[in-house]
Ligand binder design. Structure first.
Ligand code: MN
Length: 200
């Protein structure tokens, strides 16, 4: 690779260059936030199965970054989400999912590894589902809650994300109501079903 030595004297750099590995999605110089299975209580359909798994061992379900960008509409927050493979009963490992506190802010997800889905719904009840494989970019429109789901039984599902830095995260609505739809495995294949626990 060509060495860029002529830029050495550029002063007062305000830009950022961060490496996210295409292998594991991690940024070597940054610390990801880890979400444990124990923090996902109530999020899965099969609560008994989750308790049974926790009685044996807690584990990391997903990791993501908060780069600490200023909470300002002119800034962009970005990073990777690394969702590990596995299931709770028939339900694939997934992120908790959230609305943005600034509801009308969008987000971009770009898949770099694995195989999964992005499940989206707005407060009016419109549901969107997009399948993601490496190279696929999904635009999450304003007003849509979003959750990622890993349907591979071996590989992590890794996505790079970008959103307006002041969007904020509303996890509470999903924690109390859930998503209207769930993705479960039926006869070895993913299937979208109505969430029996969904609470209007
Ligand atoms: Mn988001």
């Amino acid at each position: 690779m060509k060495k860029v030595t002529s830029l050495k004297n550029v002063k007062n750099i305000k830009s950022l260059a961060i490496k996210f590995s295409l292998i594991d999605g991690l940024a070597p110089d940054k610390k990801p936030i880890k979400r444990m299975l124990s923090e996902m209580k109530g999020m899965y359909l099969d609560d008994a199965k989750l308790d049974e798994m926790l009685a044996k061992q807690d584990r990391i379900i997903y990791e993501f970054y908060n780069m600490g960008m200023p909470y300002d509409p002119s800034e962009l927050a970005f990073g990777t989400t690394i969702l590990h493979p596995g299931k709770v009963g028939d339900e694939y490992f997934m992120t908790k999912g959230h609305f943005h506190e600034q509801l009308d802010t969008a987000e971009i997800y770009y898949c770099t590894k694995g195989h999964g889905y992005l499940l989206m719904e707005n407060p009016e009840g419109d549901v969107e589902l997009q399948e993601m494989t490496p190279g696929v970019c999904v635009y999450v429109p304003p007003n849509f809650a979003h959750r990622s789901i890993n349907i591979s039984d071996m590989e992590p599902f890794i996505m790079f994300f970008v959103f307006r830095a002041d969007a904020g995260h509303d996890y509470k609505t999903i924690e109390t109501k859930g998503f209207r739809k769930l993705i479960i495995e039926k006869a070895g294949k993913p299937e979208i079903i109505n969430n029996p626990k969904w609470n209007s």
